[in-house]
Design a protein around this ligand. Structure first.
Ligand code: FAD
Length: 462
């Protein structure tokens, strides 16, 4: 420490790192935030969907239980836009188009009801405060969600629906996650019904103008404490402090920062790439840890034209690329923005296409869903699979064995190095709310001096 002032370096200017930084500055710490990208916000990113409308290329939706997020929205003078679903849904199930008032695809209702009952049972069996200590943790952590489906669910309609559901909820291919992760994620986010709902659920609102505005507001408060384009490569600690080293620039110059404590607020697969000296006692990710796979496409129109035909813009398709679409138009209707979600295994195939083929495939799919629409005036793709500094969108996916191995030490400091990021939050894991809660938790940890033995290099070197 310099005098009584604690020097903290925060790695990552996503919502978690920014929240931690603002709280630590308010508590009197000297804070530097090192961010790899040339912007703040990480997985919250605004993109132009029409000449006047900005849409969420990343995180968008929030609900009434996201109390920390709602507090920040209010504190920074931002406004909410309702996702209000007025009009009929559109479904493309096995190539057949239907429109109906229901939000559930026209599949066997009893089979879907049974599937949800079984999922609810799994969700209820998980300990939200320590999923790795759930009664059936070992069994549930061994099996992938795809295996569970194959073994436990026989009805073809339930089998058709399941990957769509996990694609929408978690941007996950069922083969990539353990049953424990699926059940934990659904529980952590408030349960299946809450997570899946617009009205009264986790998708009730968007932040008017884009969720990235919140990160920009936090960034403005931090000012020049944030260093952009500063990817951290190594973190070395000893008895007297920590040295944080950034990747060398084109001229071979590498910036270094000294601190008393470091907060690493990056997704687990990226934390794993940082060189820690002494090495980590437990990894942040394993070979089984996967990336959530999401590509968002935005189609821009002069106004929300689908509403004229009594349609809400909400659609679900059993075949890709657009597994779902939603109306993300500005609240005043000054432009029409239709967002398409390409998720899970479909996103991997879509991401591999050249740009013109991506556009062609998305437009053809939209035409089948909404034949009455004119061609869009704007088209944009946000491909999170190609984002070097995200590696997992919406969030990292814990594969078989991960919760038992990684869970117990998710937030345990490594000497002077502390952890934040939505993937370290047991509450609302993977969501913006989880990111804020993790940022607050780590700030409290530092402010109240959660001490952890400084690891000895000899014992811990990798
Ligand atoms: C398509 C999509 C849709 C989503 N939808 C929703 C939604 O509707 N609702 C919701 O609540 N959440 C949603 N999410 C999830 C939400 O975006 C995340 O939970 C949240 O933004 C995570 O914040 P974070 O600070 O933990 O991580 P990040 O936002 O990933 O921030 C980490 C930061 O660290 C930086 N970084 C990485 N490596 C390094 C390094 N070595 N050195 C320095 N900096 C580094 C990154 O550039 C990044 O800025 C969505 C995400 C995506 C991508």
């Amino acid at each position: 420490m310099r005098g009584d002032t604690m020097r903290v370096v925060i790695v990552g200017a996503g919502l978690a790192g920014l929240t931690a930084a603002v709280e630590l500055v308010a508590a009197g710490a000297e804070v530097t935030v090192l961010e790899a990208r040339d912007r703040v916000g990480g997985r919250m990113h605004g993109i132009s969907a029409t000449a006047t409308a900005v849409a969420d290329g990343g995180a968008a939706y929030l609900g009434v239980r996201h109390t920390a997020l709602l507090e920040q929205v209010e504190e920074y003078g931002l406004h909410l836009a309702s996702t209000g679903m007025v009009g009929d849904s559109t479904f493309l199930v096995s190539d057949r188009r239907t429109t109906t008032a229901s939000r559930v695809p026209p599949l066997d209702a009893v089979a879907l009801g049974d599937l949800f009952d079984r999922l609810e049972d799994l969700v209820a069996s998980v300990r939200p405060d320590a999923p790795w200590s759930s009664p059936q943790a070992e069994r549930l952590d061994r099996v992938t969600a795809a295996r569970w489906l194959a073994d436990e669910v026989t009805h073809p309609d339930a089998r058709t629906f399941f990957p769509l559901f996990l694609g929408e909820m978690m941007a996950a291919d069922p083969a990539a996650i353990s049953v424990l992760h699926m059940a934990f994620y659904l529980r952590s986010g408030g349960g299946i019904r809450y997570l899946n709902a617009f009205e009264g659920g986790a998708q009730q609102w968007r932040i008017d103008g884009g969720a990235h505005l919140l990160c920009e507001a936090l960034g403005d408060r931090l000012g020049d404490r944030i260093r952009l384009s500063s990817p951290v490569a190594a973190i070395e600690q000893g008895d007297d402090g920590v040295l944080v080293r950034c990747v060398a620039d084109e001229d071979g110059r590498s910036s270094e920062y000294r601190a008393d404590r470091v907060v690493v607020a990056v997704p687990p697969l990226l934390a794993e790439r940082i060189d820690f000296l002494p090495g980590l006692r437990t990894p942040r990710a394993t070979a089984a840890t996967g990336r959530g796979c999401a590509v968002k496409v935005h189609l821009g129109y002069p106004d929300p034209v689908w509403r004229q035909s009594g349609l809400s813009g909400w659609s679900v398709s059993t075949d890709g690329p657009l597994l779902s679409t939603v109306d993300d138009s500005p609240p005043d209707g000054s432009a029409g923005v239709l967002t398409g979600f390409v998720t899970g295994a479909e996103a991997i195939a879509y991401s591999a296409l050249p740009g013109d083929r991506q556009k062609e495939a998305a437009l053809a799919h939209t035409h089948r869903l909404f034949p009455q629409l004119p061609p869009p005036t704007h088209f944009a793709v946000t491909d999170w699979l190609r984002e070097k500094y995200s590696r997992g969108c919406y969030a990292a996916l814990f594969g078989p064995g991960d919760w038992l191995q990684l869970g117990p030490t998710l937030t345990e400091p490594h000497g002077r190095v502390h952890w934040a990021g939505t993937e370290t939050s047991l509450e609302f894991f993977g969501l913006m709310e989880g990111a804020i809660r993790s940022g607050r938790r780590v700030a409290t940890e530092l402010i109240h001096g959660a001490e952890s033995a400084i690891p000895s290099r000899k014992v811990l070197s990798r």
